[in-house]
Design a protein around this ligand. Structure first.
Ligand code: SF4
Length: 474
């Protein structure tokens, strides 16, 4: 039902269209500036923020270094608690596992709590192809799904929509998928929230299967943790008879005590709250309480390859708070769709090309979707040096010799030859000086043309410096 990112153009192409969309830019500017100011205030309340940030970084680095051990521990503890663990090497395998599990229940509808991992693998589309309808229950995800749209922000997937647009989507689409929007629905937040509540409640009470992601998996007890603001997630986790959680392998933390750090840094960095309104935890199954069957699908999908890269692996520390998006001047203007992935903004620019590789044009363009200003690193609660990884990935793209880089390399080779042949250089300079009246103000071609779109070419002197020096030196 929701759109996919398949077939998206490269970042520069997609961003060019987005920056001319006045409504999109106004919506993004309003939302990101509001939340970044609130975040700054919430963070400044903690005198030990720097220590918490360092602790978060260390916990994640330690876990990643010993991930093999912690993954085995998770399988043991989840199984001991009555859950079943499945291992998925890639998106296809994960989709096959989840589809099979849903089919085994005999159901053709599932409710979902916001899960980036399932968006990453295109689970909704895979389920739809097998005749299973997946209903998003997070409010922003519901807006995206009803609008046949794509998410554009980690935390607020519908950040690119304003209230009037959301009202129009609800009025036009809700009736197609369940309880319709109330007559005369306005764009006040209370009315929009009530319309969504009534629409979703019907689905919660009917659903026999829930699908979730998780913010953390605690290895010592096999406990999964979801933090959220609306409570829809908790309904989704507790009401259905079968719960299937799809989780990236990097979401593990060793012990409950580690949550002490992240449950302080995550809410302040994401929604600027001191704590999340809802923190749900579940450990296997419990008699007469919550789902009777629990499946955990542990997803790799490029994470092991990312872990193998000494510089790039720090992206796996990410706790998906979205603070880096809200301060990024490029994200603010280009919007989330331009990144062509479920992970937009600075973290998307380093995570997506590592998970998917840099062989496609869109993935090779992502490490360049940044001004390298460093604001993302400053706010990151687990101290991911995003600019360092961006530069590292640019090197990788250049080494792999993308189209732009082949031209660049040819130009450098030509320049090297000219500079090594002083006679040819002098002749070239003289010709250039003599013809300077006919020189264009802008360079032609896609690469050079872009460079001179926003800059003037420096004027050519009437005489080469070396000729002038020969005549005028004392
Ligand atoms: S990279 Fe850092 S700031 Fe960005 S979403 Fe991840 S944890 Fe948050």
């Amino acid at each position: 039902m929701s759109g996919t990112f398949i077939g998206m153009p490269t970042f520069p192409q997609a961003a060019r269209g987005a920056v001319h969309d006045v409504t999109l830019r106004a919506n993004l500017r309003h939302a990101t500036h509001t939340i970044r100011a609130k975040r700054e205030k919430a963070v400044s309340e903690l005198s030990d923020w720097a220590a918490l940030r360092e602790a978060g970084k260390r916990i994640k680095d330690h876990t990643l270094r010993h991930l093999d051990r912690y993954l085995v521990q998770v399988e043991e503890t989840v199984t001991a608690a009555g859950g079943i663990v499945h291992w998925a090497a890639d998106a296809d395998e994960a989709n096959r596992i989840v589809t099979r599990l849903v089919k085994e229940t005999g159901e053709s509808e599932v409710v979902k709590v916001k899960s980036m991992a399932t968006q990453e693998i295109g689970l909704n589309e895979a389920l739809e192809a097998e005749g299973i309808a997946a209903y998003e229950t997070d409010l922003a995800e519901l807006i995206v799904q009803l609008g046949k749209d794509r998410p554009s922000h980690i935390l607020v997937p519908a950040i690119h929509r304003n209230r009037a647009e959301i009202r129009d989507i609800f009025r036009a689409e809700m009736g197609e998928w369940g309880r319709p929007a109330p007559d005369g629905l306005t764009d006040t937040p209370a009315e929009l929230a009530e319309a969504a509540r009534l629409h979703l409640r019907e689905k919660f009470l009917r659903a026999k299967v829930g699908i979730s992601g998780a913010n953390f998996v605690v290895a010592e007890t096999g406990t999964l943790v979801v933090v959220e603001s609306e409570g829809n997630g908790r309904m989704c986790l507790t009401l259905p008879e079968t719960l299937i959680s799809v989780v990236g392998i990097e979401k593990i933390v060793p012990a409950w005590q580690d949550l002490e750090v992240f449950l302080q840094t995550l809410p302040r960095s994401s929604t600027a709250e001191r704590m999340n309104p809802y923190t749900s935890t579940w450990t296997g199954t419990t008699d007469e309480d919550g789902p009777r069957a629990f499946h955990l699908v542990l997803l790799d999908n490029g994470r092991t390859d990312t872990l193998a890269d000494e510089v790039g692996r720090q992206a796996l520390r990410c706790i998906r708070c979205s603070a880096c998006l809200n301060v990024c001047p490029v994200y603010e203007r280009a919007g989330g769709h331009a990144y062509g992935s479920v992970y937009p903004g600075p973290i998307g620019a380093i995570l997506t090309p590592q998970l998917r590789g840099t062989t496609s044009e869109i993935d090779a363009s992502l490490p360049y979707a940044s001004s390298l200003c460093g604001a993302c690193y400053e706010v990151c609660p687990v101290a991911i040096d995003i600019p360092e990884v961006l530069v590292h990935l640019r090197e990788r793209v250049a080494d792999e010799g993308g189209r732009g880089h082949r031209l660049e390399k040819a130009a450098i080779r030509a320049a090297g030859w000219v500079l090594n042949h002083p006679g040819a250089l002098a002749a070239g300079e003289r010709v250039a000086a003599k013809t300077r009246r006919f020189h264009p103000k802008k360079l032609p071609g896609p690469g050079a043309g872009q460079w001179t779109n926003s800059r003037d070419l420096p004027p050519m002197p009437a005489e080469p410096f070396r000729d002038w020096w020969r005549k005028n030196r004392p």
